[in-house]
Write a protein that binds this ligand. Structure first.
Ligand SMILES: [Zn+2]
Length: 148
C-alpha cells in the first residue's frame, strides 16, 4: 500500500476500526517507514494521554454524587429541624394552655385532672424517647457509613 494511504490509516488504527489485514499492512509499513512510524508513535502517546484523562473522569462524577447526597441530607435535616421546632412550640404552647385550662376549671373533678395530666406527661416522655431513639439510630447509620 502507498505511504500516503497508510498515513491516513494510522489514526484509524488507534481508533480500533481497522480489520486485521489493514492492521498488518500498517504495522509492516511503519516498520520500514520512519515518517509513518513517528506519526504512529505520536498518535499512540496522544491516545495514552486521552485514556489517562478518561480515567480521571470517574472520581469527578463521584464528587458530584457525593455533593448531591450531602445536599439532600442537609435539605432533609433542615426539614426535620423546622418540623421539630414547630412541633415542640405547638406541643408546649398547646399543652401549657390545656394544662392551665384544666387546672383552673373548677367543674373538672380532681381525679380527671390527674388522669389528663398523666396522659399528657406520658405523651411527652414517649415523644422525648422516640426523639432520642431517632438520634441514636442516625448516629449508628453514620457509623455504618464510615465503616463502609
Ligand atoms: Zn510511510
Amino acid at each position: 500500500m502507498e505511504h500516503n494511504e497508510i498515513k491516513k490509516l494510522i489514526s484509524s488504527y488507534h481508533e480500533g476500526v481497522l480489520n486485521s489485514s489493514q492492521k498488518r499492512q500498517v504495522e509492516e509499513h511503519i516498520a520500514a517507514c520512519n515518517e509513518c512510524r513517528n506519526e504512529f508513535e505520536e498518535m499512540r502517546k496522544f491516545e495514552e494521554v486521552m485514556d489517562k484523562m478518561e480515567l480521571k473522569q470517574p472520581p469527578q462524577e463521584m464528587w458530584q454524587v457525593y455533593w448531591s447526597s450531602v445536599y439532600n441530607r442537609l435539605e432533609r435535616r433542615i426539614g426535620w429541624i423546622f418540623l421539630s421546632i414547630g412541633a415542640i412550640i405547638l406541643l408546649f404552647f398547646g399543652g401549657y394552655k390545656m394544662v392551665e385550662g384544666i387546672i383552673q376549671d373548677p367543674t373538672i373533678p380532681l381525679l380527671l385532672k390527674f388522669g389528663i395530666l398523666a396522659v399528657l406527661a406520658g405523651l411527652v416522655v414517649l415523644l422525648v424517647s422516640i426523639g432520642r431513639e431517632r438520634i441514636f439510630v442516625r448516629k449508628r447509620e453514620r457509623y455504618k457509613e464510615v465503616m463502609k
